[in-house]
Design a protein. Sequence first.
Length: 205
Amino acid sequence: MPIVHSYILSTAYLAPIEYYTKLAQGDCLIEREEHYQKQTYRNRCHIASPNGVLPLSIPVEKTGEKCCTKDMRISKHSDWQTLHWRAIMTAYNSTPFFEYYEDDLRPFYEKEWQFLFDFNNEIQQKIIELLDINTNICFTTDYKHEYADAIDLRNSISPRQQQNNSDFEAKPYYQVFDQKFGFLPNLSIIDLLFNMGNEAKLWLA
């Protein structure tokens, strides 16, 4: 039987390819009981726009005290869904597989969402389905500072700590803007999906 790798990961918005390489390797535990952390992939992703790497951030409500990740609400004071979908269309409408997956992802930008964790989880489940990868995802029921039986990547897969993830090596693939910017590694999983289609999961092995 193949070795099952067990990871604990943070919630993430259209997570980077590195994150999905972990999902594709086996059972994963998604943290939902931690205190929410700002400026992470929990509410942001990076896509390849005609002007280079573009960060997209979901606005969250400001709280006067620490808030549990599962309770973090999406702010209603911004039309972020329209802005994000327009940015995604501009970035990827000329990719080989955008039209193929467009109808699967657009509804996530039309429905109103209250909680960031719920949105992240639902769109992640759809992407797992589109990638056709087998993974068993569970969610934490309490917070633990350390895990003895899992590889803890809650804070390692981070836009601020790219150089610390020595076990991940980005595999180049076709990108629409590669002649302009060269290969841009570890972008959001949708960059791989829109450019490579049903072959995308080969880059996660």
